[in-house]
Design a protein around this ligand. Structure first.
Ligand code: UTP
Length: 408
């Protein structure tokens, strides 16, 4: 595109301000910027200018969970079915580590954060050590895929290599990068993080399977015989990964997916709840629940919508392959997005100043025909690190780790 064509293209999409930067660039910078601008999905940006930015939801109904007592009764059969699948190499772990950890104030990957007290204990270390326990207990051959983003890939790979993958077999660790997407200001104007660079950020945690396929990992999964993928967040330092009991329960249930859930601490807890939406499994976010849903109780007195998700899901691979070409809802989220002002000065906002576009893994659950809701003990399996202090922080996670006998 020459300058005229570029100007026309920008005008067509209401992005004329990008031209201010273009004129200062050398040819390589011009080509880079115009390629990025051309690749943008402007139908998404048009949605920013619409009044209603959220997708309409369907009719919610409760979904029963396999509760702790039922799991205790069936533990042996669940464990042996899960352990067998793990030994046969049918299960893979997928770590979602492409996020930016803005709430925690990370400048790099969240997994490199040291949460130790008397010795270093890194977030990544906790995840590998937990997974190694399963590998040792079951004799599993467990591929460990790691999704990074352009923002943290090099640092993640270098850190894990330097720490020798915390003892995990390195031939079983496979990295892939997620897609990036542009950010805009509240008027839908593309933000730039440099004169020749749109402000791009990872496209949320819901694009992981599409990104795996894009990275050519279908062949790798075929070669290893992977049939199920256990996908999980980087920041829950207590979670059980590829838990044979969860795997076995999901396989035996005949469901195409499974979700680990914890009982809500109280009806008002701000957590997404696993339920049915128009007859399909789904997650209702706390802000989407009506008062009636929040307080509704079953005849036995238990909350009808009692179980919150913890971002630990098991998906059958063929079901993922069936949905991968289908459009997922795109969430438009207010964020603090660093950018350069019209005169080229870098600016780091302290309040949200624009939107990012995100795909969310929880929407994949709704695309599945069925999902086993599998209860786990919160104090044993849920210690997320999201914030610098207070709720879901390093401090709260340390307490939970100590409670589970983990030395810090
Ligand atoms: P969060 O929703 O907590 O996002 O991610 P975050 O980016 O880590 O943190 P904030 O919101 O900026 O503070 C839940 C999980 O999804 C991953 C994260 O790495 C984490 O494991 N994730 C999130 C991605 O892999 N990619 C993304 O684009 C976003």
């Amino acid at each position: 595109m020459d300058r005229n064509q570029f100007a026309q293209f920008l005008a067509l999409h209401g992005q004329e301000h990008v031209l201010d930067f273009y004129d200062r660039l050398d040819q390589a910078g011009k080509d880079k910027l115009s390629a990025q601008v051309e690749a943008v999905d402007y139908s998404l940006i048009d949605r920013v200018r619409e009044e209603n930015k959220t997708e309409p939801r369907g009719h919610f109904e409760p979904l029963d969970a396999v509760t702790l007592d039922v799991i205790a009764q069936n533990r042996d059969s669940y464990f042996s079915a899960g352990a067998e699948a793990l030994r046969e190499g049918k299960i893979a772990a997928v770590l979602l580590a492409g996020g930016q950890g803005t709430r925690l104030g990370c400048s790099g990957p969240k997994g490199v954060v040291d949460i130790g007290i008397t010795k270093p204990v890194y977030i990544f270390q906790r995840l590998f050590e937990n997974t190694l326990e399963v590998v040792r207990a079951t004799g599993a051959k467990l591929p460990f895929y790691i999704m990074t983003s352009d923002k943290n890939h090099e640092e993640t790979v270098a850190f894990l290599k330097e720490h020798d993958f915390f003892g995990y077999p390195k031939e079983d660790v496979v990295f892939f990068r997620q897609d990036m997407t542009p950010s805009v200001d509240f008027e839908g104007r593309l933000l730039l993080e440099g004169p020749d660079q749109l402000s791009l950020s990872p496209n949320g945690n819901g694009g992981w399977f599409a990104s795996m396929l894009k990275a050519g990992l279908k062949e790798d999964m075929d070669k290893r015989g992977v049939e199920w993928l256990n996908v999980f967040a980087v920041d829950n330092v207590l979670q059980r990964i590829a838990d044979p009991v969860f795997v076995g329960a999901t396989l035996l249930s005949g469901c195409t997916s499974g979700a680990k859930v914890v009982r809500k601490a109280d009806p008002m807890e701000r957590v997404g709840v696993l339920c049915l939406e128009d007859g399909r499994p789904s997650i209702a976010e706390y802000y989407e629940m009506t008062d009636e849903m929040i307080h509704s109780r079953r005849p036995d007195g238990e909350l009808s919508y009692a179980f919150g998700v913890i971002l630990n899901y098991l998906f059958r691979r063929d079901a993922l392959e069936n949905i991968v070409s289908k459009a997922m809802p795109v969430h438009i989220v207010d964020k603090k997005i660093p950018y350069i002002t019209a005169d080229g000065t870098a600016f780091k906002p302290s309040e949200p100043n624009g939107y990012k576009f995100e795909l969310l893994v929880l929407d994949m659950v709704h695309m599945m025909d069925s999902c086993l809701s599998f209860e786990v003990k919160r104090e044993k399996e849920f210690a997320p690190i999201k914030n610098p202090t207070g709720v879901d922080s390093i401090e709260s996670a340390r307490e939970l780790l100590k409670g589970n006998g983990i030395e810090l």
